[in-house]
Design a protein around this ligand. Sequence first.
Ligand SMILES: [Zn+2]
Length: 250
Amino acid sequence: MCDNDAASMEHVPPVCLFPEIKDTKGINFRKNLIKVPSCDIHNSKKSDDDEFLLFSLTGLITNNTVGKFHFYSKVNRAIRRKNKDFINKQVLRNHKYGIVKINNEEKLISIGHPDAERLAKCFEHIAHGLYYHKFGKRFIGEIFMINGFIDYKDSNQQMLKKFMKRRFELETVLNEDFQGDNPSVFYYQFHKPDEHGLIAVKMVFYGTAEVYVCFKAKEIEMPHNLTTELIGGGVKTIMTLGDEEFPFND
Ligand SMILES: [Zn+2]
């Protein structure tokens, strides 16, 4: 993340996302966790963010069994210890309860607005760590990301999310296998650099929560891009993948 000397090792993603053996009756979800060097400032100021990320991710109703299990064990214990405001003001703003039917069973759920900016900061941190782990050097440049499990109010952002999801799906077979020794908690896949040298990585938490990240190294100059300008300028623009159409400003 920075130029400071590394003083400790930090887990990528945060270790709290991985269930502990004491909760899982012996199943190990902490096999070969990734660690990268970190300065004291970046490692210590992160613990609040780690908990925020844990609450945000484990609470998703689409999660696989491991995510749900982690939520109903460790996270529920932590929530009970927490001030209620932590959920209402930090994790899910405008929080209210609702009922949904899942497999014909009525479930009580929380509904609200996630803190997308803070989530992005957490994922950027993880992306930096994965980059270091993969390439053995610090990433210097810009990181772009789209959060696949958030519904965006902005229709272009929402369309971009669908476009990215599909593009990653189509390109998956062209790249190396998914990485991560505890895939039911977390796995990821780096994509080969594109024609401009941009590198993309897909991160997946608890089987379904996807985050798409793009690394643009400092030295890369992006050519003038008509599509981006048209979309930015409010002109109706259709991007295509194969025969699928993704209309922007529609
Ligand atoms: Zn640092």
